[in-house]
Design a protein around this ligand. Structure first.
Ligand SMILES: Cc1cc2nc3c(=O)[nH]c(=O)nc-3n(C[C@H](O)[C@H](O)[C@H](O)COP(=O)(O)O)c2cc1C
Length: 270
């Protein structure tokens, strides 16, 4: 043990995971549909392992497993395009990740509409929200994947989805985020961080903000517990209906807001 107040004992609730779990912790950026083409044949595969690596010149890298048909095509063509799918393409994404382009023409099979790219040969998928065309500058076999390092040759976006960043407007305009297996998610809202001014002591400000946030969370939790206890008492006394047996389908987007309701039997709130 040390006297440093910031070093705590290892928390009891945390668990070990296999090393492979690191990739699932890291993924979460928008999943893309990677299109590629070589000698008149096109292919498309979902890809979650991508990252920006340079702003000047603009570059990114993708990791494609060696056995993918896509890996073979890119090694020949030295280029590809990233298409950013949204909610309506959810099932297409999963399907395209289960098929191999050497056995089936996936663009033909899914009837996905395409349009002309600006700089590469690989077609762009019309139903997407943004498109990034890339030319490969380095190919690095690493473990069972191949890292393709690429220059960004063109970027196009649908302004309904993206201005300077993802807008997070209507669900069908938001990008899909891959969580692994068959699970995907959306970003649901934007929160703005407050930036401490030069004159402020950043550590103190951060500590205060954290304490503030924790206090807010605790307060909300306490209030919820109180409301639930009151409701439970009303149900037990037969004065309110127990809805827990009903199958209400509420998505995370549509959380029930009970703040303006009141427990049956209680006088209405002011
Ligand atoms: C959402 C999702 C993300 C994926 N991300 C990757 C990835 O980053 N790299 C990779 O090699 N395979 C990834 N895969 C698997 C390939 O997309 C899948 O094996 C596909 O069938 C390969 O197609 P191909 O053989 O036609 O290239 C992903 C699959 C899904 C469903």
């Amino acid at each position: 043990m040390t006297n440093d107040p910031l070093i705590r004992p290892i928390p009891e609730h945390i668990e070990d995971r296999p090393k492979a779990a690191a990739a699932r912790l890291l993924i979460g950026g928008p999943v893309v549909l990677l299109t590629s083409a070589w000698r008149g044949r096109t292919n498309v595969m979902p890809l979650a392992w991508h990252m920006p690596i340079s702003t000047d010149p603009p570059m990114l890298a993708i990791a494609v497993e060696r056995s993918r048909h896509t890996a073979e095509i890119i090694q020949h063509s030295q280029e590809f395009a990233l298409n950013f799918p949204t909610r309506p393409l959810l099932h297409h994404v999963q399907y395209l990740g289960a098929m191999h382009g050497d056995r089936v023409d996936k663009i033909e099979a899914t009837q996905l509409e395409t349009f002309q790219p600006q700089k590469v040969i690989a077609p762009l998928l019309a139903a997407c929200a943004a498109w990034v065309e890339c030319t490969v500058v380095e190919v690095m076999p690493l473990g069972d994947h191949i890292l393709f390092v690429a220059l960004i040759a063109a970027v196009q976006v649908d302004p309904e989805s993206f201005d300077d960043g993802w807008i997070l407007g209507p669900e069908e305009t938001r990008p899909l985020h891959y969580l692994g297996g068959t699970r995907y998610s959306f970003l649901s809202r934007v929160v703005e961080a407050r930036v401490p001014q030069a004159a402020d002591a950043p550590e103190r400000i951060l500590r205060e903000r954290l304490a503030e946030e924790l206090e807010l969370t605790k307060d909300a939790r306490d209030k919820r517990e109180e409301r639930l206890d009151a409701l439970k008492r009303e149900v037990e006394a037969g004065r309110a209906l127990d809805l827990t047996g009903l199958e209400l389908e509420i998505s995370p987007e549509h959380v029930l807001d009970l703040t303006h309701g009141h427990v049956l039997g209680e006088p209405p709130r002011e």
